[in-house]
Design a protein around this ligand. Structure first.
Ligand SMILES: NC(=O)c1ccc[n+]([C@@H]2O[C@H](COP(=O)([O-])OP(=O)(O)OC[C@H]3O[C@@H](n4cnc5c(N)ncnc54)[C@H](OP(=O)(O)O)[C@@H]3O)[C@@H](O)[C@H]2O)c1
Length: 324
């Protein structure tokens, strides 16, 4: 039998941000939508407090289709913090009322809504000392950085890592976590201000703008492009033969990888409850800087998605769904 939060009985309708047709922020409308049904199997129904935005998600195929089938209307924002409202019959270790955070699979409806259905395997308990906004803002970029460093880059303690884009959502976590692993980090950024921040986060060297022309060939054990598509040739040439190049937005160039003898790979982050649990423990120490650039109410979600590139501050843009 499902367990349901009796203090907040499920109603038929909820407020949600949805898109009824493919496109950008202009497609997003704040409206009434059906509350997802009671959870089955190992799913958990979460009452969302804060959802975080990855602007690129509106360009990902998974946002719009599952197994090749159009799934509009869709709800965006797959990063969230909230409270367990109901659990499916196969869920263990989570109960109604638990404070949680996690990452909804990208081919499901996201958390820009009062309620979201999430597999229990993509959720962890949120430590009390970590705010909903911090947990939601950290989850996707920090998980991506952890998976890149722990599974894909294979740069050891004392090794040298080059990060293209050292102060973005993912980049800032790669810089901080690599530093904690004893890796020597060089980060590329776009301004003197960002260079200062990259160094504060733990980069040994920050290269601004065209300083990347001076990146010596074959001088890093690994490199990661946290900027986006079109990974430049200098990122491949900077890595020693046999080292790893990781891209996050699109598969790497096989030609450039072959030309420089590097092992280039692309991956899509997976939410894993055990890794989320480790992230929760690190967040609870307060030692990671989790930057939040802007906060919008859910009702202004379309404006939030449309605000890309306008923020004066670094960090994630988040949607406040419920006042805590
Ligand atoms: N594969 C996966 O699992 C996965 C997971 C998460 C994200 N992603 C992808 O990873 C990428 C980064 O995501 P994000 O959330 O970190 O984005 P983000 O917060 O927008 O960060 C991008 C960063 O790149 C910087 N940048 C842009 N052009 C640059 C340039 N020419 N040189 C140096 N830096 C430059 C930006 O600098 P400014 O601050 O100066 O604008 C910004 O800090 C996106 O493509 C996203 O889709 C993939």
């Amino acid at each position: 039998m499902n367990s349901t939060d009796s203090s907040a009985p499920l109603t038929a309708q909820m407020k949600a941000l949805r898109a009824h047709a493919r496109g950008g922020p202009e497609q997003l409308v704040y409206e009434d939508a059906p509350v997802p049904g009671a959870p089955t199997g190992a799913d958990v129904l979460v009452r969302v407090a804060v959802a975080a935005i990855t602007f690129d998600e509106l360009t990902w195929p998974e946002t719009w289709e599952a197994d090749g089938v159009d799934r509009t209307p869709i709800v965006p924002s797959h990063e969230f913090a909230g409270m367990v409202a109901a659990v499916g019959p196969e869920v263990t270790g989570l109960a109604v009322g638990d404070a949680v955070f996690g990452l909804v699979p990208f081919n499901r409806n996201g958390a820009a809504a009062e309620y979201v259905l999430v597999p229990a395997s993509s959720i962890a308990r949120k430590p009390a000392e970590v705010s909903d906004a911090t947990a939601a803002a950290a989850v996707l970029p920090a998980l991506t950085a952890m998976e890149a460093l722990e599974q894909h880059l294979q740069v050891a303690d004392g090794g040298r890592l080059l990060i293209r884009g050292g102060t973005g959502g993912v980049g800032a976590f790669v810089v901080q976590l690599a530093g904690r692993m004893g890796i020597e980090v060089t980060a590329t950024v776009r301004s003197a201000e960002a260079a200062e921040r990259a160094k504060r986060l733990g980069a040994t060297t920050a290269l601004v703008g065209t300083e990347t022309d001076r990146v010596p060939a074959a001088s890093f054990d690994g490199a990661i492009d946290t900027v986006g598509a079109g990974t430049p040739e200098w990122l491949y040439s900077a890595v020693r033969p046999g080292g790893r190049v990781i891209t996050l937005q699109e598969p790497p160039s096989e030609d450039l990888a072959a030309a420089y003898g590097v092992d280039a790979q692309f991956f899509v982050v997976t939410a894993d409850a055990a890794v989320l649990g480790r992230l929760a423990a690190v967040l609870a120490t307060g030692e990671l800087e989790v930057a939040i650039a802007d906060t919008y109410p859910l009702a202004e979600g379309a404006a939030a998605y449309g605000s890309r590139g306008t923020s004066k501050a670094p960090g994630k843009t988040v949607l406040r769904v419920r006042e805590s």
